[in-house]
Design a protein around this ligand. Structure first.
Ligand code: SAH
Length: 408
């Protein structure tokens, strides 16, 4: 009978006999576990040779010998000769070292589990009967997909230390949150959410998870930043896992740095889960590459809250792509400053409102006429303003099909 244990291979000697395709694949797994890896084989795949060159493992270029097992905690017999694998498995047995026999799992004392990792959780699947790698991988894939989709309640049941996870929710399309972001949401006891970018993700949060909305919206006063920081710290110090769900990326014009700092100052552990920032993804989804060979090799992301600063003006004048967030109200000032600073009035401008959502709308013009067009169409926040040649309507936009936002 085979039992399934979590064994820690970090810095422990693992000896692999063989360096063909099977060994190559398994070697990656041992490397990911941080094992002290020794591969013994007369010939090796390019992959293993490269790992050896980088110092990730030691490769002995010869056939396996019994003495190679001397320091081993674990052995993998994965040569292309079943009789060699069986011999290695017998040596391991005599030395009381666990061994996977890749040619016939029933000849070894251990079996390879199909494995997947999800934050601090690992899912391992083995079969205790006839070895059937594809079958256990299918089971693993099904379970992993379930967890990664955020469909499993990952909240900690045992009282532990509280923590804060700053999660970037992406620009609004729930398909644009990261896998780790979804996992973090499934771990949350409390979610402290912005309004922008988070609505569709919050739909799937269980009813007994407390959701605290701190985002700005037209009919509520924004919660001051100090208060948000205090909410995060208070809940974490009470032992909860707090997900701070922020639009886009937490560290792009989102005051995530201040929130992380408040947590650190209070001794609360913080994890940061990067997000897909609206600054790059909203233009991309609208068919605007923020850099493009021959047009612009740099992009400046800036806040338009207080108009255009000197850096933005210089960038506009030099033809560098400028992406302005929070710039709808100050659009006339930004345009005026750009033109006064020497930007070409014919510089294309695109304004993308509510990018990646069903409300997405793009208004185009040039520095000379965009203020008028924006007034006519009634542009309103949230919107990303792109100034530069990459915003030319004929570049890509007409050829790229807007991907319909997913629901749920
Ligand atoms: N941290 C966020 C930005 C926060 S500032 C990020 O990385 O995306 C808020 C500004 O982001 C809004 O005023 C708007 O300029 C922009 N924004 C966020 N989501 C948007 C969306 N779906 N469409 C257009 N602009 C968006």
């Amino acid at each position: 009978m085979t039992a399934l244990f979590g064994i820690d291979l970090k810095d422990r000697r693992v000896v692999v006999a063989g360096a063909g395709n099977v060994a190559s694949r398994r070697v990656r797994r041992f490397l990911a576990e941080g094992a002290d890896l020794v591969v013994v084989a007369p010939v090796a795949t390019a992959d293993i040779r490269q790992h050896a060159q980088h110092g990730d493992l030691v490769w002995h270029e010869r056939g396996i010998e019994e003495a190679d097992l001397a320091e081993a905690w674990f052995v993998l017999a994965a040569t292309d000769a079943p009789e060699v694998n069986d011999r290695v498995a017998a040596w391991a047995e005599a030395r009381r070292v666990f061994c996977i026999d890749a040619s016939d799992a029933s000849h070894g004392s251990a079996r390879q589990a199909a494995l997947s990792r999800h934050g601090d959780l690992a899912i391992g699947v083995i079969s205790t009967g006839t070895p059937d790698p594809r079958r256990i991988r299918a089971v693993r894939d099904a379970l992993a997909a379930h967890v990664d989709a955020g469909e499993v309640d990952l909240r900690r049941r045992r009282e532990g230390h509280g923590r804060v996870i700053l999660v970037g929710a992406g620009p609004g399309d729930p398909g644009l949150v990261t896998v780790r972001g979804r996992q973090a949401l499934a771990e949350a006891d409390v979610v402290v959410a912005d309004r922008l970018g988070t609505a569709e993700l919050l739909v799937s949060v269980p009813y007994d998870v407390e959701v605290i909305n701190v985002g700005k919206s037209p009919d509520t006063h924004p919660v001051p930043q100090d208060r948000i920081n205090a909410i995060l710290v208070e809940h974490a110090l009470a032992g909860r896992t707090v997900v701070r769900l922020k639009g886009g990326d937490p560290f792009v014009l989102g005051r995530g740095g201040e929130e992380a700092h408040a947590c650190i100052a209070a001794g609360v552990p913080v994890e940061v889960v990067p997000g897909v920032t609206s600054a790059l993804s909203v233009p991309a989804r609208a068919g605007i590459p923020v850099t493009q060979r021959g047009l612009s090799t740099a992009v400046l992301v800036t806040s338009g809250h207080a108009g255009a600063d000197a850096t933005a003006v210089t960038a506009m004048a030099e033809g560098t792509t400028v992406v302005v967030l929070m710039g709808v109200a100050a659009l006339p000032d930004i345009v005026t400053a750009g033109l006064a600073g020497g930007a070409d009035p014919a510089t294309p401008v695109a304004i993308v409102e509510s990018g990646t959502t069903v409300e997405e709308r793009v208004t185009r013009g040039t520095l000379a006429d965009i203020v008028r067009f924006a007034g006519e169409t009634g542009v309103k926040p949230p919107a990303v303003i792109v100034v530069g040649n990459v915003a030319r309507p004929d570049l890509l936009a007409s050829q790229i099909a807007a991907t319909p936002p997913r629901s749920g």
